[in-house]
Design a binder for this molecule. Sequence first.
Ligand code: MN
Length: 304
Amino acid sequence: MRLCRFDDNRLGIVDGESVRDVTSALDVLPHVRYPLPKHDPLIANLPQVLARARAIAPSAPALPLAGRRLLSPVASPGKLIAAPVNYQTHLDEVRADKALHQNTVAHTVTIQTAGLFLKASSSLVGPGEGVIIRKPDRRTDHEVELCVVIGKTASHVSKAEALEYVAGYTIGLDITIRGTEDRSFRKSVDTHSVLGPWLVTADDIPNPGDLDLEIAVNGEQRQTSNTSRLILGVPELIELASSFYTLYPGDVIFTGTPEGVSPIEAGDEIVATIERIGTMRVRVRAAEDAAIAEAGVAAASRMT
Ligand code: MN
């Protein structure tokens, strides 16, 4: 099943070129009080939400998918975990290009040495919100990645059992400012974590280790690979991450990007595709243009 969030925090089931608005399925969620839980409430209660959504979908309004503003399928993840240099071909290109490694040893070591890193959850947006270039004087790159959404609390999980803890999969963009700083700093900029276009539940992807992925910018293909080339696959990443910290429902793992990273700039259109998940389109905007657009939306909503 393909579950999306869209427009004004609506919940939808994607069916071909249309989306069934099943927002009322969110009524099954327990009321949350302060202090907030460490998990994402929708993902923590996904079986109940899906059961309700399935029940009401046949009579729910069907809207054209085109024109919907797609949001991140996970609204409130506790943490965004990310794998650095998890394709050998990407490590090779980083080591060969000073613009990528910046003479910084920490950027050129293997994932076994580097471990995982975290991206700020405040950097998360959906494809309909787009990427805003915050540092136009710095090189900002696209990285397309298979993303794993954790479905059950996981601590010290073995790779043999790891896939039982997955709620589903989505496409991620790990947008990255190149430079000497720590990864978590350069990759936590507002709008620099994009998830979408929807969550594909794990039952639809029994093997995340053989999925084609690709990304094009302005119609030009930049990255293309297959998740079979991951150094640490999805089960190994869950094993490694859960050996250091507890994973909660809604936590997201960015599994790493293949070779072909390259700069993006305001005005670009990114199209990212992963087999069995789908395709998402993401606009790149300048901060000034984004501010003007937001002001326009705010003004329009005051007039209605
Ligand atoms: Mn990455």
